[in-house]
Design a protein around this ligand. Structure first.
Ligand code: ZN
Length: 169
């Protein structure tokens, strides 16, 4: 059964899937760092907002423009620009805003609920027009927007559209 699952109709290996990790070089210090897991999924996906990544040599986050993929020698920031440019304009704009919009919506709904729970209803307005909910919701929407732009595009694109950039070189 495992052997069958490993081959598709074309006879190509499918069980391998995208690579699990990749190595990059921090040019200023010359150190190599292996990235894997959800960090790799995010860094490889050019629609996830990423400006910095960890360098093991420096022991801190460094700008991605200082970092090159060790196998192809391509700058990571340039790689991300190249893959974005390869996406047709309409889809590019859609995926650009996807994480921010979904994050803001989740933040608003969660914040609204929390605001009502914490402060309770004030006056006799309808529940959806409560100031407590709107203020908490607005604040949480902003946090959700920032976090969503970073954390949501890569997993959403993988789950909903099957787009996984970890296999891109
Ligand atoms: Zn470094």
């Amino acid at each position: 059964m495992a052997a069958e699952a490993a081959h598709d109709g074309e006879g190509q290996m499918r069980s391998a899937g995208p690579p699990r990790e990749r190595v990059y070089l921090h040019r200023p210090c010359g150190s190599l760092t292996e990235i894997g897991g959800s960090d790799f999924l995010r860094l490889a996906n050019p629609f996830a907002a990423v400006s910095a990544t960890i360098c093991c040599g420096c022991g801190r986050a460094v700008p991605i423009r200082e970092v090159d993929w060790a196998d192809t020698r391509e700058n990571v920031a340039a790689y991300r620009r190249r893959l974005r440019a390869a996406m047709p304009l309409g889809r590019r704009l859609f995926f650009r805003v996807l994480g921010y919009v979904v994050g803001a919506l989740i933040g608003f709904v969660v914040g609204f609920g929390l605001g009502l729970l914490v402060l309770g209803r004030v006056g006799n307005g309808p529940w959806w027009l409560q100031v407590s909910g709107l203020i908490f919701g607005g604040t949480a929407a902003y946090g959700g927007l920032l976090l969503g732009g970073q954390l949501l595009p890569a997993p959403l694109m993988r789950i909903l559209w099957g787009i996984d950039y970890r296999g891109e070189l």
